[in-house]
Write a protein that binds this ligand. Structure first.
Ligand code: ADP
Ligand code: MG
Length: 209
């Protein structure tokens, strides 16, 4: 499937479904090392995205992602709202008004999203944040695109790498955000934002399959 606006709407719809389905899991993860609101925040944020999509009917993937950024910034709250808002906004800016997305443009958009999260939150890989899902995803997408993979294969590579990156946050000590207040007591828990990032990227691949 081409990564056109139909794909983008399907992706965002699947994100909303994934956040609703994993709401309790994200709440539990955030209860362990945060304040339990991540599942609630993400579910509310993506429901708002769906409302906005129905209302504005964007005509390009970039326009759909820009509208997503605005909805997430205003509805998610906490640390994750501005971080995801920046990620979607940077990706939208990179895509411009192109009607669909090539493998190389896709890899670039993912990199821009990750760079936005880093610019905003100043976390480095290994700090036990969503950056630990974004960074391996960006690397896997770049490698797949350079090797000539199609958009679906690039998205699958990104989703798998993000899932592995999220799982790899278990033994880390949190150094950014609310979880960092726990210090060593954050060891043994998975970072909720890394898990929600993996859900978003898995939905992107699912929408292209
Ligand atoms: P809050 O911590 O304000 O309650 P959420 O619970 O919605 O916000 O989101 C928490 C997630 O945000 C964390 O699991 C982590 O992935 C991410 N996060 C927090 N601070 C940062 C940061 N500085 N850089 C990157 N990601 C961060
Ligand atoms: Mg929280």
């Amino acid at each position: 499937m081409a990564l056109d606006v139909t794909w983008a709407v399907k992706w965002l719809t699947m994100c909303a479904q994934a956040m609703a389905e994993h709401r309790l899991e994200l709440i539990e993860l955030d209860r362990a090392i945060g304040d339990s609101d991540h599942g609630e925040n993400m579910d509310r944020g993506f429901q708002a995205v769906l409302d906005k999509l129905a209302e504005s009917q964007p005509e390009t993937p970039g326009a759909a992602l820009k509208l997503t950024a605005m909805s997430l910034m205003s509805k998610v709250g906490g640390a994750a709202g501005p971080l995801y808002g920046t990620a979607f906004l940077r990706a939208a800016t990179t895509l411009g008004d192109a009607p669909d997305i090539s493998p190389a443009a896709l890899a670039q958009a993912l990199e821009a999203a990750r760079d936005g999260v880093v610019a905003r939150g100043k976390a480095e890989p290994g700090d036990k944040t969503m950056v630990d899902a974004w960074t391996p995803a960006v690397e896997a997408a770049g490698a797949a695109s350079a090797a000539g993979a199609n958009v679906l294969a690039v998205l699958v590579a990104a989703a798998e790498a993000a899932e592995e990156g999220a799982a790899a946050t278990d033994p880390l000590i949190a150094r950014k955000g609310r979880a960092s207040y726990l210090g060593e007591r954050s060891i043994g828990h998975r970072d909720p934002g890394a898990v929600s990032t993996a859900l978003i990227l898995r939905a992107a691949a699912g929408a292209a399959a």
